[in-house]
Design a protein around this ligand. Sequence first.
Ligand SMILES: Cc1cc2nc3c(=O)[nH]c(=O)nc-3n(C[C@H](O)[C@H](O)[C@H](O)COP(=O)(O)OP(=O)(O)OC[C@H]3O[C@@H](n4cnc5c(N)ncnc54)[C@H](O)[C@@H]3O)c2cc1C
Length: 433
Amino acid sequence: MRLPPVKNWSQQLSWSPAELAYPGSEEAIVQLVQRAAESGRKVRAIGSGHSFTPLVPTDDVLVSLDRYQGLVSVKRETLRATVRGGTKLHTLGELLFAEGMAMENMGDIDAQSIAGTISTGTHGTGVEFGTISTQVVGLRFVNGKGEVVSCSPEDKPELFRCMQVSLGALGIITEVTLQCVPAYRLALENRKEPLEAVLADLENRKQHNRNFEFYWMPYTGTAWTKSSNAVSGEQPDQDNWLNKASEYLLENVAFKVLCDLAHAVPAMNKPVARISAASVPTLRKVYHSHRVYATKRMVRFMEMEYNVPAEAYADVFQEIRRRVNTGGFNVHFPIENRWVKADQIPLSPAYGRDSAYIACHVYHKKPFRPYLEALEAIFRAHGGRPHWGKWNSLKAADVAELYPEFPVFLRHREQHDPDGVFRTPYLEKLLGA
Ligand SMILES: Cc1cc2nc3c(=O)[nH]c(=O)nc-3n(C[C@H](O)[C@H](O)[C@H](O)COP(=O)(O)OP(=O)(O)OC[C@H]3O[C@@H](n4cnc5c(N)ncnc54)[C@H](O)[C@@H]3O)c2cc1C
């Protein structure tokens, strides 16, 4: 008998695994994989189910590490922390904070598991920071043969680089060692600004803020900028109810009402975009870093996000802007723009290049393909590489073209999952059979 359906965050993917396992130890994970390998079954790991692409769905064994969370060890002298693979980022933030430590950078939510986060190359923004996978300095995983394997930049360095972004294709990550930084406070400033002024001053904003990003409101000349910088003297303003109300009511409750309105009456998309632009909140908040990065996302959507070389950003953004304004897509979600430093991880979208990321969203009730496919063509024409957890149409031949070290990754996949325990039809489309 099949289990009730499991859904991803956006609720657009739904599947019924034959078995859902919650192992509570590494030994239990080993046994689970060994049993599967012996009986020819397939296994997929799920973190928090926040990916938009079908990386997780399986009709066979689904493994959640929700009962395998928490700190394994901390080395304060070197600011390194080893955590279990299932640990959620919000839990991780608090555990590190209690040790006087923090992650150097994060994305805009903290619901993901650490293993799921790094497996898709999740990132934040800031020209000095790589994807979150670059904070990893050691890993342990259970491969498709049921063996426990550890790796680091010193121990099996090539395998380690492959494991830093691995789409769950080489094994189940049981432990992650992170290079942390001393705990810090961030002052975040949100502003409504003219788009042209932001674009003209972009290099300055990127270079002179610790974290800089902006959202462009379609059909308008308005940008919502977010700049964060570390502060030492200022006290945290946790109880600033005005900021909390703005985030909860404006960005979530009111926004959902507008999304439903624009969905019911397509002609309302442009007015809704203008209302959103007019109501961009101007606020400043100071708090412990891990609580500043994390925002609430209560309105569900489908998302595509592409990485393009940083130097191509200006051209790509102008093309995207033109296409969104003139394409008749009836959309209103803002377009998000972020920056990330180059790395040397074979399957990282930021491999070998300082990068810009541009993200496009569609309300989850609305068909997303016409819009995302049109914008994807622009990204692809500029050498774009998609965020693995977000919608894209890539096939193995495209991946081979975009990632010079793809053969290296495939070699390790063959070595660590020779019988295809972690393979699914989607992974075969993406990585080959
Ligand atoms: C509202 C929202 C906001 C987001 N914000 C950002 C953002 O700011 N920046 C950004 O880059 N991305 C962002 N994302 C995307 C998200 O970070 C990624 O999709 C991430 O992979 C989700 O983590 P997860 O724990 O939910 O993993 P899942 O989606 O459950 O799994 C992702 C992949 O990891 C694998 N995996 C999970 N656990 C393990 C394990 N223990 N061992 C091996 N493989 C494993 C899965 O098999 C799958 O291949 C956002 C997504 C949503 C829905």
